[in-house]
Design a binder for this molecule. Sequence first.
Ligand code: NAD
Ligand code: FE2
Length: 410
Amino acid sequence: MLYQTYQTLRYRTQHKVMKYVAMALPFPVPDLLQGPGSVRKLAGRIQADGLRHVLVVTDRVLMDLKLPQGFLKSLDKSGVEYTVFSDVQPNPTIENVEDGVRAYRDNKCDGIVAFGGGSPMDCAKVIGARISNWLLPVRWMKGNFKVLLPIPRIYAVPTTAGTGSETTVAAVITDAQTHEKFAINDLKLIPKVAVLDPELMVGLPPHITSTTGMDALTHAVEAYIGLNGTAFTDENAEKATRLIFENLEIAYKNGKDMTARNNMALASYYAGTAFTRAYIGYVHAIAHNLGGLYGVPHGLANAVILPHVLEFCRKEAEHKLAGLAVAGGIGKHWEPEEALAGRFIEKIKSMNKNMDIPPGIKELKEADIPLIAARALNEAHPDYPVPRIMTLEECEDLVARLLVPGNGKA
Ligand SMILES: NC(=O)c1ccc[n+]([C@@H]2O[C@H](COP(=O)([O-])OP(=O)(O)OC[C@H]3O[C@@H](n4cnc5c(N)ncnc54)[C@H](O)[C@@H]3O)[C@@H](O)[C@H]2O)c1
Ligand SMILES: [Fe+2]
């Protein structure tokens, strides 16, 4: 008990320090190209920046769908050479990064275009980090501010509305040897330009639309209920929540609804703006480990875990959850906070249900729960400024609730 009090004090002190450090940090803001068709302006911008040969980092699915085709043609027209590197897998690995580094060097590139979801964007960021910090192994850069030298220019073109990686300090990489997923956080990883073009998202299948959208919501919620939010991050999280509540289910049902897609692209960007300054929480800590161990898609894991973590910290976060319910348009400020917070959690559950997101993780094995819980807390403590500190036992209990009956036995 005494030890627990000491730990809580130690974490809370660290959170305070981090809050003031984050407030003082000069977060660069990417130049935005925004709205339907905005990707068509990117080649001109790259040419104007004086680049001669860019590495386009994407994935095979997107190449098969020919999604980058129009952009590649516009590079041709602008006289900018390019090499396509499409060997990025979902939950990108250290090997993916090293292959990309080779492609960059072999072709004497001088900048990077990250074209895809969070996986290509994160892989592109770490390729850039390795190019200019060639003595630093990927694993060594895990954690905060370990990217020592500035990286080549990154132009980010998100094709999912979820991670917000186009504006964040983070890149999440998996060590395929240990099945561990870890984040590299550094201001130098923030892209120089972000293109928010909803036309690139119309073909996103419904189940990826829903789960990536719930990732964005998780960013907004974790940034908002954590202890390190500021007026600026709160405002961004509120805007994101409102847009997601109003548009995600529409985009899920009708992917061609350009207004909904545009609003989701903005929501993802706002949520990224919030969490990169105010940090994340236990939902992400557990989701990263389900991703590392079983390859569970990041957004799916977050969507399933989110209501459980909110139930866990409901009392401590009640005031903030109530505020987010009002900002999200599902309640009035004069209603009792307890009712508003409860409604907020119910809203998330109903969104999951309406979008066919399952209540559990089918890959999860009972025997792995102690490892997942230990790794999740190791990730979250002492960095994540969560409203309620979780013990190992509580984390194991929470992860056990994600088991799918009959399918979770080792
Ligand atoms: N850097 C950050 O700040 C940050 C934040 C959250 C998550 N992440 C990381 O991002 C990764 C997840 O990214 P994601 O959720 O965007 O998924 P993803 O990039 O892995 O893409 C998921 C699937 O969707 C496909 N896809 C992407 N865009 C498409 C489109 N427009 N049309 C059709 N198919 C499309 C991809 O080919 C892929 O098969 C995880 O590794 C996660 O840890 C990073
Ligand atoms: Fe996320």
